[in-house]
Design a binder for this molecule. Structure first.
Ligand code: PRX
Length: 654
């Protein structure tokens, strides 16, 4: 299929539904033999051990796997350090001059950091952390912009065995405080500010506010962004200037030898309750899983590829596919600080052209935005360096897939639609670009060694083509080891729905060819622009507002974001349903959780549809919001409530 601007994406979609791997791609691919699946299947422990052997271990493991469901331990007795895999071994092999990051700030400032530069930087930060008394097992919270110092701090913590926890810099002070308290952090690392869509975000102010009530935090290390960011004067008694502490440190720091099962990091993600879960991952298995998947899924060639994953390091995608996987592979990457449409909607394509990006990984929500902004933006740039494209975070609609394939990939680049989660740590269902025939909208097959199944409501396996709950029926090295401080929740959330199987919370179907199609969450979690949000968390934020008596939240279909939160709110008596109050309540949610949780709409209603036992029927609210015929209403305590709601919703729409 060649690039033909005259053809609409729709006609292209109708013409072709399956895209075999281009022979020239297969000829050079890291994985080109379909036999790799059988090989991994025959002995999955040996398969993963083969990948682990490609890392540098201080001490080799005694045993590959101990599986005592639902607890797995990988590479028992093995010792290594994650930062060594990402830095020292490349430098030691004479590849210190290879660029690790081409950094581009939003205002246009640039920096080039080689692997040797990164190693020196990481050692300085590590020595700085040690000077502050931080050591093995201590928790360090990072609230930083997308700059190389964030990657450095992550790797510096790994180097000294401190457990790091990155909080995405769009989260509010309240969310940041909850996370700091949950993990009992001793140190917070932040920046004075950063650039986003032409504006300075004052990160330090958020940290200062978050710190009220965080008794465990002893120091706040502040890196200064420069480039016109002038917020956050030195101030608090706990503040330490990066330039004073880190810069003068020696550029060598011996790595701590970590047990394969020592905790590497904690990353919070939303669940079905109001409290986010602190998912934790360990050194040996996580490194092995992200190293292997980066190598095979992104087909990385360290001597010639330029990889760009557009995620923020604050999410799992940035942990696994900016820091650990690609760096363990020793590849060159692009890191960009700001918004994709600043100063113009072609900023990404300008960067692809400038740095000759060859492998590009982004989210469907971004692709839909690019489509909306217009074909002329990518068309203005030379994108011929691209050879492979990827997506992650939510189901990709076939129109967006084909647009990406044609307008960005020039019809020649395979697309890897990768399904995975914060909890899985690594890509789990995905094409292998030199082997798999891709189908727009399908993540295709489990990665070699991974076992996925579909179960029905009663836990019976669905064979062949069909739909059901997606489950993972075999441990994998990068799997989460638990939820920080709440081991019971680990078992209850993931392992209690189906006996002996991990339940990720997604529904899926499988076609006659064996391809998996992820249908989305089947629990009270929504996916907004590829980010997980909990219905309960937003509901708690709504009722936290003094005017709100009761609230129900649902995720409704949204053209760009995939889903968007909509709140149905009952006001306390004495409050008038004014547009100003509506706005105030929506902002309140953003202040409590972060901008991404701000409801798209808030609908004031005198009542909510409930069952006779008082349970809110969100399914019916969704039908109302999406203008669908109402589903079964026979269990409603008061069917009249819905008619009122529908009328209210339609006036809002009009
Ligand atoms: O619902 C699935 C969706 O994102 C959820 C995981 O979210 P999070 O832990 O924030 O990680 C996102 C980045 C790995 C999944 O349960 N999801 C992720 N990737 C895909 C997807 N849904 C469909 N297709 C995907 N490729």
């Amino acid at each position: 299929m060649s690039q033909d601007p005259a053809k609409t994406i729709h006609t292209l979609l109708e013409e072709k539904r399956s895209f075999p791997p281009p022979p020239e791609f297969t000829a050079q691919a890291n994985a080109s033999d379909p036999g790799i699946y059988d090989l991994a299947e025959r002995d999955f422990e040996a398969w993963w051990a083969g990948w682990a052997e490609k890392l540098d271990w201080d001490r080799k493991w005694d045993r590959v796997l101990e599986w005592d469901p639902p607890r797995a331990k990988w590479f028992l007795g093995g010792r290594l350090n994650a930062s060594v895999q990402c830095l020292d071994r490349h430098v030691a092999a004479g590849r210190g001059d290879r660029v690790a990051f081409h950094f581009e700030g939003e205002p246009g400032d640039t920096r080039t950091l080689t692997y040797a530069d990164m190693l020196a930087g990481v050692c300085r930060v590590a020595n700085g952390l040690k000077a502050l008394g931080i050591g093995k097992g201590d928790r360090v919270t990072l609230y930083m912009p997308m700059v190389p110092e964030l990657a450095m701090t992550v790797l510096a913590c790994a180097r000294i065995g401190a457990i790091f926890s990155v909080v995405f810099a769009g989260f509010s002070a309240v969310s940041l405080r909850d996370r700091i308290q949950d993990q009992g952090a001793r140190l917070v690392v932040t920046a004075d500010g950063c650039w986003r869509r032409g504006k300075v975000l004052d990160l330090k102010a958020v940290v200062d506010e978050a710190l009220r009530g965080c008794d465990t935090v002893e120091k706040v290390l502040v890196w200064r962004r420069g480039e016109g960011v002038t917020t956050a004067g030195p101030g608090g008694p706990k503040d330490v200037e990066w330039s004073e502490l880190v810069d003068p440190q020696p550029a060598e720091c011996p790595p701590e030898s970590m047990d394969a099962e020592d905790v590497l990091f904690i990353l919070y993600t939303s669940g079905t309750t109001g409290k986010p879960k602190g998912i934790y991952h360990t050194h040996g298995g996580y490194l092995t899983g992200t190293y292997a998947t980066s190598n095979l899924v992104f087909d990385l060639k360290p001597d010639r590829d330029v990889f760009w994953c557009t995620a923020d390091i604050g999410w799992i995608t940035g942990h696994s596919y900016i820091v650990f996987g690609p760096m363990a592979n020793g590849v060159t990457q692009v890191m960009y600080e700001g918004a994709p449409n600043h100063p113009a909607p072609d900023r990404f394509w300008e960067l692809v052209e400038k740095y000759r990006v060859s492998v590009f990984y982004t989210a469907p929500t971004a692709i839909r935005a690019f489509m909306k902004w217009g074909d002329e933006h990518p068309a203005r740039h030379d994108l011929s360096s691209l050879r492979l494209l990827g997506t992650v975070g939510e189901p990709i609609n076939p129109e967006a897939w084909v647009w990406y394939h044609e307008r960005i990939g020039g019809g020649r680049c395979p697309i890897v639609d990768t399904w995975w989660q914060t909890e899985t740590g690594m890509i789990m269902i995905t094409p292998l670009p030199g082997i798999t025939a891709t189908v727009p909208g399908s993540a295709t097959r489990p990665f070699p060694g991974v076992q996925a199944r579909l179960f029905d409501d009663r836990g019976r396996e669905v064979e062949g083509a069909g739909g059901g709950y997606l489950v993972l029926t075999r441990p994998w090295p990068a799997m989460l080891r638990g939820i920080w401080g709440d081991e019971a929740r680990y078992e209850a959330t993931y392992w209690s729905r189906f006996d002996g199987a991990y339940f990720p919370g997604d529904g899926a179907k499988r076609d006659a060819e064996g391809n998996y199609w992820i249908l989305g969450r089947v629990d009270d979690v929504m996916n907004v622009s590829g980010h997980r949000l909990s219905t309960m968390e937003i509901e708690s934020a709504l009722v936290d507002h003094h005017a709100v008596a009761e609230a129900a939240v649902i995720g409704v279909h949204h053209e760009l974001k995939g889903q968007a939160p909509v709140g149905f709110v009952i006001l306390r008596s004495g409050f008038e349903p004014t547009p100003e109050l509506n706005e105030e309540i929506r902002n309140h949610v953003a202040e409590l959780i972060g901008g991404l949780a701000r409801p798209e709409k808030v609908i004031f209603t005198p009542e909510l549809p409930k069952t006779r036992s008082g349970k809110i029927m969100r399914r019916l609210l969704r039908d109302v919001a999406e203008g669908k015929a109402l589903g079964d209403t026979t269990t409603l305590a008061d069917p009249g409530v819905l008619a009122g709601l529908k009328a209210e919703y339609e006036t809002k729409e009009g």
